[in-house]
Design a protein around this ligand. Structure first.
Ligand code: T5A
Length: 233
């Protein structure tokens, strides 16, 4: 017979939206906010994250921009591997994206939030659920659990999905000209990813913003959900 587990029975899983325990019981500065902008290829995430950072800075908020995969030397090296062409299984891809996410959360995001800096992220856990779960066929329940476990290291204050017809997004990408492993996937893959974002957003009550229009129009729509996260003066 196995000896009794010294930890006793497993506690119930922590809900995803629960805030992380504070590092110190007496914070000296108001913590920053962690905002993740999500969506398929070419919907305008990088453009909008940069525009939001400008608006926040103009409003007196110190902020930093990060991207996934990436964000520190280890995670950027992993990005090269993941966006390259070496064969991998969907489950290995889920774990690899989450390993790089854990690195980013613990080494970059959490320390910035602790000193009051806002973090605007280009992609996060929903990308793994959409691309590896719905797109590449990794088991969805397992993928969600792995992603929830990882993001519990540093839960975001807001996730927002930019929604755009994948055909329009593909035109934007073609106009720009770029070509990594995921961008080369066929339209069916990108349609599954777009459907995934809509479905996951509806399931979890995540805000969806229409990404059709001029960049300024879309920034105004995003600002309507991000701006109110600022503490009242
Ligand atoms: N991935 C990532 C996974 O599979 N699983 C994961 O868990 C994670 C985290 C990352 C890849 O990794 C995959 C998904 C991705 O394939 P990436 O290079 O960071 O690779 O890819 P994207 O995040 O998709 O970046 P893109 O640059 O392709 O898309 P964006 O950021 O959504 O779009 P953006 O802002 O660069 O704009 C694209 C083009 O459109 C123009 C821009 O000027 C640019 O040329 N544009 C507009 N044009 C007209 N109207 C507008 N409103 C426009 N807004 C921008």
């Amino acid at each position: 017979m196995n000896p009794p587990d010294p930890d006793g029975p497993a506690p119930p899983p922590r809900p995803y939206a629960m805030p992380a325990s504070p590092v110190s019981p007496v914070p000296t500065v108001a913590p920053g906010r962690y905002v993740i902008v999500e969506g398929g290829e070419g919907v305008g995430k990088s453009t909008q994250v940069a525009a939001l950072a400008k608006r926040l800075e103009a409003a007196g908020v110190t902020c930093a921009v990060v991207r996934e995969p990436g964000g520190d030397p280890f995670a950027e090296a992993g990005r090269e591997l993941l966006l390259g062409d070496l064969d991998r299984t969907p489950a290995a891809e889920v774990l690899a994206f989450n390993a790089l996410r854990a690195q980013l959360l613990e080494s970059v995001v959490a320390p910035l939030l602790a000193v009051g800096t806002w973090v605007l992220a280009d992609r996060g856990r929903l990308s793994t659920i959409a691309y590896q779960g719905y797109g590449a066929g990794a088991d969805l329940g397992w993928t969600r659990r792995v992603c929830d476990l990882t993001i519990s290291l540093c839960p975001p204050n807001l996730e927002v999905v930019l929604d755009l017809d994948p055909v329009v997004a593909a035109e934007r990408r073609t106009a720009r000209g770029s070509d990594d492993r995921f961008e080369r996937m066929d339209l069916g893959f990108h349609q599954r990813v777009a459907h995934a974002y809509r479905h996951e957003a509806e399931r979890a009550g995540i805000t969806v913003v229409d990404a059709d229009g001029t960049p300024d129009e879309i920034t105004d729509r995003l600002w309507a959900v991000v701006g109110p996260l600022r503490p009242s003066p």
